[in-house]
Design a protein around this ligand. Structure first.
Ligand SMILES: *Cc1c(COP(=O)(O)O)cnc(C)c1O
Ligand SMILES: [Zn+2]
Length: 447
């Protein structure tokens, strides 16, 4: 059976369509974002049970490329691509674990963490980048003269782009704001052979330049207005439902910045619903940092008005965005899934991340934002303790060690509740025994 997908303008009064192999990021007619649409009629010819069995058979197998969490659902993602052009690092298939002790501490039993950061470049961005870079490889092999793929980024997007391009033998270009990037953020694109350009401006300045650069079609744009990335990222919700034996949890909590990821989560769940594979309609919660909370502000006004803001510096650096590209897509998702938006202060996000770590997690600050949202909603009763909740953890904590060290050294601008510092001790048995005795006496394990 031949499944089809195409680009379609999200503006309901326009709905212009474009073939999937066009180099296009926004609608040529009205300027709105595009989305990938699928031929549901043909997909519906397979019964829900048949899709489930197929996805289960492929899940984490070594049958190229279907063992990938993204490409195991190829027909729902990018059906026309030739398998030979797929650039995959076995992304997806990440662990979904029961946060038993953390849940007990905060008063909820059925709490699960989806660790999207346990992946090749350390963040969920891999899920989308495998699709984008594969489509680029397809176009190159069809003779389209693409010389390089470019993005503006300060962190996870550039890491994912650089690694997938390196695997495909395609040149990547990364535009970074000079002096605003830590060594840890720089090292991934540098190691993976990206052409790294350091611009004396901020992220928005880099974004403006990369948009101009990529009007030359030989340099392809990888920022998240490119809707191919959403197609890969949308598998996360489908995969979670699959991991629960096709039973959908009650609530998903996801941190949001540019809002592509929440739009993707909703798109995947919607597709399951349309194909008769969703047993209930879950709620989706977007968690934002209070210092970068334009969606939260719009939510308070029922999404009737949207105002871009100047995002302030936040520890959750990957979501420090004041004018989210995928705002409209995110609002549609929230309206579809009884959406709620919650924000968290710097202290709330840092303490929530640290409390999670004390129960065996290793959270990035963005996951801290989501955990803080959960705490607030439990407290207010917006989430009931009997509900099944999944928190989507977006990156690996090891990418954000500066944040953790500053927290535990008490170098943040607020008192940190769960500081744990090394004790300095003389190198003698007696001194160590004495220090241990005192420490163990004072320490209670239940935080
Ligand atoms: C990109 C990113 C986000 C935000 O995703 P959006 O699609 O921009 O909302 C959250 N957490 C991490 C770790 C990220 O890299
Ligand atoms: Zn349009």
């Amino acid at each position: 059976m031949s499944y089809q997908a195409w680009f379609e303008c999200i503006n309901r009064d326009c709905r212009e369509t474009y073939p999937i192999n066009r180099i296009i990021y926004k609608c040529r007619t009205c300027g709105s974002l595009l989305e990938v649409r699928h031929d549901l009629k043909t997909l519906k010819r397979k019964k829900p049970e048949t899709w489930k069995r197929l996805f289960e058979k492929r899940y984490k197998s070594n049958q190229w490329p279907f063992g990938s969490g993204v490409w195991g659902k190829k027909e729902w993602v990018l059906p026309q691509i030739d398998d030979n052009n797929i650039v995959s690092m076995y992304e997806g298939g990440t662990n979904l674990f029961w946060a038993e002790r953390f849940g007990k501490l905060i008063g909820i039993e059925n709490l699960w963490i989806k660790l999207c950061g346990n992946t090749h470049s350390g963040s969920f961005k891999d899920l989308g980048m495998t699709v984008l870079v594969s489509q680029v490889k397809q176009m190159i092999s069809d003779g389209v003269p693409i010389k390089a793929v470019a993005c503006a980024s300060t962190g996870d997007t550039s890491a994912a782009l650089a690694v997938y391009c390196a695997a495909a033998g395609i040149q990547s270009i990364v535009l970074l704001p000079k002096g605003k990037i830590s060594v840890a953020q720089l090292v991934q694109p540098i190691a993976n052979g990206a052409l790294v350009l350091s611009l004396d401006t901020d992220f928005d300045g880099c974004m403006r330049v990369v948009k101009e650069i990529t009007t030359d079609e030989t340099i392809y744009l990888a920022n998240s207005m490119n809707s191919l990335r959403v197609e890969g990222q949308k598998t996360v919700g489908i995969e979670i439902v699959q991991q629960f034996d096709w039973q959908c949890p009650d609530v998903f909590i996801i941190p949001g910045g540019n809002l592509g990821n929440v739009a993707a989560l909703g798109k995947g769940l919607k597709m399951m619903q349309e194909l008769g594979m969703l047993d209930k309609k879950p709620r989706i919660v977007v968690a934002q940092a209070e210092r970068a909370n334009p969606l939260y502000r719009a939510y308070l006004k029922n999404f009737e008005v949207f105002e871009a803001i100047q995002a302030q510096r936040t520890l959750a650096s990957a979501i420090q965005i004041g004018n989210p590209v995928s705002y409209e897509k995110a609002v549609r998702t929230l309206q579809e899934f009884n959406g709620v938006v919650v924000d968290a202060t710097e202290q709330e996000l840092a303490d929530a991340a640290a409390l999670g770590d004390k129960t065996g997690m290793f959270n990035c600050p963005h996951t801290g934002v989501a955990l803080a949202a959960l705490l607030k909603m439990l407290k207010s009763g917006a989430i009931d303790k009997s509900e099944c909740v999944v928190v989507i953890s977006t990156a690996h904590g090891l990418k954000f060690t500066d944040f953790k060290i500053a927290y535990h050294e008490g170098r943040l601008e607020f008192p940190c509740k769960y500081i744990n510092n090394p004790i300095e001790v003389q190198p003698t048995v007696d001194a160590v025994k004495d220090a241990l005795y005192r420490a163990l006496q004072n320490r209670r394990i239940d935080v």
